[in-house]
Write a protein that binds this ligand. Sequence first.
Ligand code: ADP
Ligand code: ZN
Length: 600
Amino acid sequence: MSSELLTAARQALKTYFGYDRFRPLQGEVVEHVLSGRDALVLMPTGGGKSVCYQVPALVSTGMCVVLSPLIALMKDQVEGLRANGVTAAFLNSSQSFEAQSQIVEEVLLAEVKLLYVSPEKALTEEFFSLLRRVKITFFAIDEAHCISAWGHDFRPEYTRLSLLRERFPEVPMIALTATADRVTRQDILTQLRLRDARTFVSSFDRPNLSLNVLPGQKRFEQVLEFIHLRPEQPGIIYCLSRKSTEELTFKLQAKGIAAAFYHAGMTDVARSRVQEDFIFDRVPVICATVAFGMGIDKSNVRWVIHYHLPQSIESYYQEIGRAGRDGRKSDTMLLFSYADVIQRRKFIAESGQPELQEAKLQRMIEYADAQICRRRILLAYFGEHLDQNCGNCDVCRRPPRRFDGTILAQKALSALMRMQENVGMGMLIDVLRGSTRRELIEKGFDKIKTYGAGADMPLAEWQHVLTQLLNLGLLEIAYEQNYTLRITPAGRAVLFDGAKVELSRREEIAPLRKEEPRTTTGPYDEKLFETLRRLRLRLAREAGIPPYQVFTDVTLEEMSRRFPESEAAMRGISGVGERKMKNYGEEFIAAIRQFRRQKP
Ligand code: ADP
Ligand code: ZN
């Protein structure tokens, strides 16, 4: 491939997107695609997949056709491209006949560089005949994992996409996805009939996301404090059930927080309204079931909370991945308790494939209860090896202190033994702490020898200890018998044969604070950032587009660090392309100048 083409690609990256350089893998993919060969690209959410096909499309003659499964996402991407001065359009069944004919006309006039289309629409004779009348540079298959029945997001219509290869054998294809497992990967290659395709795999690490797991006690208080420390920052709270999304929303609203709920039980209209309110920064907090987030490209989601335990590491990673797509620092917090495990197991019992789901849940529990760097566990799960501790998870920041927990374990196990292993975790703790609640007294548990033997330790600490005993395999939960606790043979060894138990103690539960400056590459002026954010909100409202499509948070952050007060300086900011310079450059320069003048 000519070096001129690559130079043109770099130029386009700067002109349209305002970026100075490709990310490591992007450059290679772009070069490969420009040479007219097939490719499979695996990058995590936020990795920068779109640039991999958008830039080649911009420097080639002809039109690139992008297959995309979600109408909302399609619209968002096309608007984002237009905001950068790229001629993009979409075709799907949600549009009126007139709107569709208008786009077809533009396509025929070669006025469209990137055409987004849904599979239903693309796989029609009508569309094929349109494609025959224009020059097609390549097909980009977005969310390509939808083709695999093994994946988590199977879409039957995707399996027919090989028809494109059949009808247009000479047009190269590039498939992109954020799901990397081997089966899915192979499925994509074979089903799309990619030819000598090169597979590009980037690391799935998202170093800008902080990983935090906190005990699931006083959940609401923890969440409230977390949000108060991040005023107006957009974030998502994932809950287990529809009902809990609603309840949590009302509780937050009662505390003056602008929140809304989202779940699959709502009407389409209600759901898209909530989604829009979030995208347009009108409502910052969404309490949602996993149904929320799929069709969202919003780059400035600053945090994700799991109010309950997710069902698997895959879904957990996908959900926290919705934070910080722009690469800016973002926080995630998972609230974990054994009560959630019990709830999850009830769901599993009612579902198909219980063994698989139980195995996945088990890995999730191990993660939540881990005492080593959480990022290492996550990446290992996805087959990557991290050489060092990450320094950006709760375990790295507050390493647990280890101590000899044999006596504590013996107290708990012995109390359980004396109650015929016929109580759950709550009652066991109450007995250990010498509670006088009625049920306990009625059952005569206040008469047993270990009653009150652990009164000096707070509830939360006992929960932490018992959780560890479960994870160490000294205790187990009898799911079939009302979730009562049982002592395992290993537990008996502690009770009767002098086996030792090492436990860890956590620092007291502190709400997740803003521990470090929230920067990606260095300090910046937070006041100016706030000023620019408000300016962005106003301009976005005037233009009727989401604020992050005016400029991303990363771009505002860079402005607040480098204070560009001239056109040349503004052009040097990452994310300021030609079109945005023209549309917004002046107002942002003026705001920065004014800010500097007012500053003492
Ligand atoms: P994905 O589709 O893989 O989730 P996107 O294509 O949406 O990721 O890109 C994620 C973010 O990274 C976007 O805000 C995008 O503008 C930004 N980005 C992409 N490529 C670059 C680059 N070369 N330099 C700086 N930012 C980039
Ligand atoms: Zn870590």
